[in-house]
Design a protein around this ligand. Structure first.
Ligand SMILES: C[S@@+](CC[C@H](N)C(=O)[O-])C[C@H]1O[C@@H](n2cnc3c(N)ncnc32)[C@H](O)[C@@H]1O
Length: 351
C-alpha cells in the first residue's frame, strides 16, 4: 500500500468520525429536501433552509424558542424535542393549535377545499371576497387556509384594524387560456394529485407537532425573549426585515428591533437572528449593533406584501440575507463573515 492510499483511508476515517459527531448534535443539519409547511407566509425561509441550518451550532438540549414563527418552516425542519413557538398573529397560531388538538379532521378539510373549488369556478373573485368578509367578522382556520391559498402572492397580510386585506389573485395566462386563479390552477390538475399532496403535507405537520413537546403561543416576541435565558436553550429569531416596510400583523418598529438587540447583548441563550444585510444600494445600518456576534450571508430574493411606492430606497427585493449568531451558536464553515470582516466592511462604507 503506498502513501497516497494510506492518506486516502485516513481522510475517509476522519470524514466518518466527523459525520458521527455531527449526527449527535441537532444543528448543524443537512437538509436536502425541506419539508414544506401548510401555510405560506411572506419572508418564509423555506428556500434557504439548507444554508440556514448548516450554519448554526446547537446540541439540542434545552428548549427551542421561535418568537417570530410565521409558517413554521424552520422548526419543522429542525424538529427539536421541546419548543415554544410564538407569533403575534392570532389566526396562524389558532390554525396550528387546531391542527395539534385535532379540532378538525383532514377529511373535512379536504372536502372544504374541494367545495371551495367548485364555488370559486362559478363565482370567481366574488366568492373570494365573500369568504374574506366572513373571515374578518368570524375568523376560522378553514377560512384562513382558503384565503392564504387564493390571495395575491399567498400573502398573510392584515390592516391596522387586524383585518385580512390581501386581494384576490387572478393570474394572467396566455391568449389561448382564460385567466385563472392560482387556487383553481392548482386544484384543477387532472388526477387530483395537488390536493392529495397538500393534505399529506398537513398530515406530516400534524404528526410532528403532536409527537413533540411543542407549545404554540400568541404573545408579543418580547415576552418569549424573557424566557430564553438558559445556555442550553436556542432561540431562532426571524423578525420582519427592519427598515423595509414589510407588513404582517401590526407594525414591527425600530424600538422593537432595538429591544431584540439589547436582549442579544445580555442573554446566555444560544441564538440566531435573520435579517437583511445589504442590497445593491445599502447596508442595513442596524447590523453595526451586532458587533458582539458572528455574521454569515447569502443572496436571497424575498417577497413583500406592499406596493413598490412604499418600499422607497429599499424597493429592490434581492438582498444579501444575513444570519447573526451568538458565539455559542456559531458554526464555522467557509460561508462566514467574521467580526473583523464585518467591521472592515462597515468602515469601508462609512457606517
Ligand atoms: C419574517 S416572518 C417569519 C417567517 C418564518 N421564519 C418562516 O419561515 O415562515 C415574521 C413573523 O413575525 C411575526 N411578527 C411580527 N411582529 C411580531 C411581534 N411583535 N411579535 C411576534 N411576532 C411578530 C409576523 O406575524 C410574521 O409571521
Amino acid at each position: 500500500m503506498n502513501l497516497n492510499n494510506i492518506l486516502q483511508i485516513n481522510n475517509y476515517k476522519i470524514f466518518i468520525v466527523f459525520l458521527v459527531i455531527i449526527d449527535k448534535m441537532l444543528l448543524p443539519k443537512f437538509v436536502n429536501k425541506p419539508y414544506i409547511p401548510p401555510l405560506s407566509i411572506q419572508g418564509t425561509k423555506t428556500r434557504i433552509l439548507h444554508w440556514l441550518l448548516q450554519n448554526i451550532y446547537w446540541k439540542g438540549h434545552g428548549t427551542y424558542y421561535e418568537p417570530f414563527l410565521g409558517s413554521a418552516s424552520v422548526v419543522l425542519n429542525i424538529q427539536p424535542k421541546k419548543a415554544i413557538l410564538n407569533d403575534n398573529n392570532p389566526h396562524i397560531i389558532q390554525f396550528y393549535r387546531d391542527i395539534q388538538q385535532n379540532k378538525f379532521t383532514l377529511l373535512a378539510l379536504k372536502q372544504y377545499l374541494l367545495d371551495c373549488k367548485q364555488v370559486l369556478e362559478k363565482k370567481g373573485s366574488d366568492f373570494y371576497y365573500e369568504i374574506r368578509d366572513q373571515f374578518n367578522t368570524s375568523p376560522s382556520s378553514f377560512g384562513l387556509l382558503f384565503l392564504n391559498l387564493t390571495c395575491w402572492r399567498n400573502l398573510m397580510r392584515f390592516n391596522a384594524k387586524g383585518e385580512f386585506n390581501a386581494p384576490f389573485y387572478q393570474i394572467k395566462q396566455s391568449k389561448k387560456l382564460s385567466d385563472q386563479n392560482r387556487y383553481l390552477l392548482n386544484f384543477n390538475d387532472v388526477k387530483g394529485l395537488y390536493i392529495i399532496h397538500y393534505i399529506e403535507r398537513i398530515k406530516y405537520f400534524q404528526q410532528i407537532i403532536q409527537s413533540h413537546d411543542y407549545i404554540f403561543s400568541n404573545e408579543d416576541f418580547e415576552s418569549i425573549l424573557e424566557m430564553a435565558t438558559d445556555n442550553n436553550d436556542f432561540c431562532y429569531c426571524d423578525p420582519p426585515y427592519i427598515l423595509r416596510n414589510t407588513q404582517y400583523y401590526g407594525n414591527f418598529t425600530e424600538k422593537q428591533f432595538n429591544s431584540l438587540i439589547e436582549w442579544s447583548r445580555t442573554t446566555k441563550c444560544n441564538f440566531a437572528i435573520s435579517n437583511w444585510y445589504s442590497d445593491k444600494n445599502n447596508i442595513n445600518p442596524y447590523i453595526t449593533h451586532f458587533n458582539h456576534c458572528h455574521i454569515k450571508q447569502t443572496p436571497f430574493h424575498y417577497q413583500i406584501g406592499i406596493g413598490k411606492k412604499h418600499a422607497r430606497n429599499y424597493s429592490d427585493l434581492s438582498v444579501n440575507e444575513c444570519l447573526i449568531l451568538s458565539s455559542n451558536a456559531y458554526y464555522q464553515n467557509n460561508l462566514s463573515v467574521n467580526k473583523n470582516t464585518l467591521n472592515f466592511l462597515l468602515k469601508k462604507n462609512n457606517i
